[in-house]
Design a protein around this ligand. Structure first.
Ligand code: SF4
Length: 366
């Protein structure tokens, strides 16, 4: 297939749903990791057309959603400093910290700007030598290589007024943490095709073996997702586990080795906090010693107290698939995309925003 419309073809969708119906003989719970997949599932009404035996639950793969409150608070403090220009992707400006957000800091006169690419920030640093220009870097293995490239270029360009507030996280340790949880009821996973395009599929093999689960790498169009579900169900019904790549138009088993090399050079893994989930060992990235001069935390010595949770927001339970947005008492009540109380309502990849936008029932489908 060559065109995006073909991955939304109703006849092919119906055929795949029929195929899933023929395979399934009992209840299975499947988690799609990525928020982009969650949005497609809601947008194309896949929850309604799948057989009742299949329960889809939504995972933590929304970069804005999992950025911890404390890191937002650190960005807010930086954005309020008179000598700092704080830059980030647009969604981050609206994510609530413990008492405020970056958009409010901007409204109060802070030099807070959104950018489309981290490389733009280097030009801002060059043009504003009187400012300390900080990039607030969030996201998974998909966005981290561009940030690694930016840091390398900052060094090549001898920029002394540029630094990064790093909040990158990694998918495989999060899958492990979900499976290790006593509350886990996940039978199989749809892994995120864009993450695997960068990292390949090998990291998932030991996880699938250890926990005896099928992990199928797939994409973001309705047919991609249904093929992923079909493959997971076939493996589950046959009692098989392992990793299957169902997104071969983008993912190679070895991934993008140049990007991986860049990540290894600029970053090292570290324990990281995930919003609403807690600390997960080796699930984050920090700048390696060679690039420590560009670490904003190192440069500014911020002392921002940790915050455990925000009010009634149940983001942690949403991000681990234990509950769905309709289970939150604030959903559509005090929490809306215009006035989000939690990160999953802000981001275009957040489950709460997806349910608000596309899902008409307010009854939990868990
Ligand atoms: S609806 Fe709002 S308050 Fe409730 S979990 Fe989602 S983001 Fe948090």
């Amino acid at each position: 297939m060559k065109y995006i419309d073909e991955y939304r073809n109703k006849v092919l969708v119906d055929n795949l749903v029929y195929g899933i119906r023929k395979e399934v003989s009992r209840k299975w719970t499947i988690m799609e990791i990525c928020g982009g997949q969650t949005h497609s599932i809601l947008k194309y009404n896949l929850l309604q057309i799948l057989p009742a035996e299949i329960t889809l639950i939504h995972g933590p793969g929304c970069p804005v959603c999992v950025t911890p409150v404390n890191r937002i608070d650190q960005a807010i403090v930086l954005g309020g400093l008179s000598n700092v220009m704080l830059t980030s992707f647009g969604d981050m400006l609206r994510v609530p910290g413990s008492t405020s957000d970056l958009l409010s800091v901007k409204a109060l006169g802070g030099d807070v700007r959104f950018v489309y690419s981290p490389l733009e920030v280097l030009d801002l640093a060059e043009k504003n030598p009187e400012k300390e220009v900080v990039f607030f870097a969030v996201g998974f293995e998909t966005t981290a290589p561009a940030v690694a490239m930016t840091v390398k270029q900052a060094r090549n360009r001898k920029l002394k007024n540029f630094s990064v507030l790093v909040s990158h996280v990694l998918v495989p340790p999060a899958i492990e943490a979900l499976l290790d949880s006593e509350e886990s009821r996940i039978d199989g996973f749809l892994a995120a095709g864009h993450v695997c395009t960068v990292m390949g599929t090998s990291e998932y093999i030991p996880i699938a073996k250890k926990h005896k689960v099928p992990i199928v790498v797939t994409g973001f169009e309705p047919l991609d997702i249904l093929i992923g579900i079909y493959e997971v169900v076939k493996m589950l019904e046959k009692g098989r586990y392992g990793v299957k790549n169902a997104y071969t138009r983008s993912v190679r088993d070895e991934g993008n080795q140049a990007a991986q090399e860049l990540l290894r050079e600029v970053f090292e893994t570290t324990q990281s906090e995930w919003r609403g989930i807690g600390f997960i060992p080796a699930s984050g990235l920090k700048l390696s010693g060679e690039y420590m001069e560009f670490d904003a935390l190192n440069r500014f010595q911020l002392d921002v107290p940790s915050t455990v949770s925000i009010g009634a927001c149940i983001a942690g339970k949403i991000l681990t698939g234990q509950q769905k947005p309709a289970d939150c008492s604030e959903f559509r009540v005090r929490c809306t995309p215009e006035k989000p109380l939690g990160a999953p309502m802000v981001s275009t990849e957040g489950a709460c925003a997806a349910y608000y936008r596309y899902h008409r029932t307010t009854v939990s489908t868990l």
